[in-house]
Design a protein around this ligand. Structure first.
Ligand code: FES
Length: 116
């Protein structure tokens, strides 16, 4: 893993483009120790904190629904992969989002400070 600094944020390479098929997710860990769920939907790449806000289950263990939402496999909460907003579910907050950049064949993530 290496860093690429852009506009004050340190982007880290977490995967290669060809490692993630459309409609799949992958658990990655940033150098800060943050666990992140990297997602590829039909619309592109996104990243959320890899922890459901209901009971902390890893979102990367869930699935991408046919309409492009992230569904937690424990109790079925659904999140918008771009905004981190919980759209349906048993209750919980929105989840943190991360900025994703693609450069050459690399998928890079930088931390963001709060849910948007
Ligand atoms: S832990 Fe995700 S819905 Fe309960």
């Amino acid at each position: 893993m290496h860093d690429v600094t852009r506009a004050g944020n340190a982007y880290e390479v977490v995967a290669r483009v060809n490692e993630l098929a459309t409609g799949t997710m992958q658990a990655v860990v940033l150098s800060t120790g943050e666990k992140v769920c990297l997602i590829r939907t039909a619309a592109g790449y996104c990243a959320l904190a890899d922890r459901c806000s209901h009971r902390d289950f890893p979102l990367s263990a869930g699935e991408v629904t046919s309409d492009g939402l992230i569904e937690c496999s424990w109790h079925g909460a659904q999140f918008d992969p771009v905004t981190g907003v919980m759209l349906t579910g048993p209750g919980g907050d929105d989840v943190k989002t991360y900025d994703v950049r693609i450069e050459d064949n690399s998928i890079m993530i930088a931390p963001t400070s709060a849910p948007r």
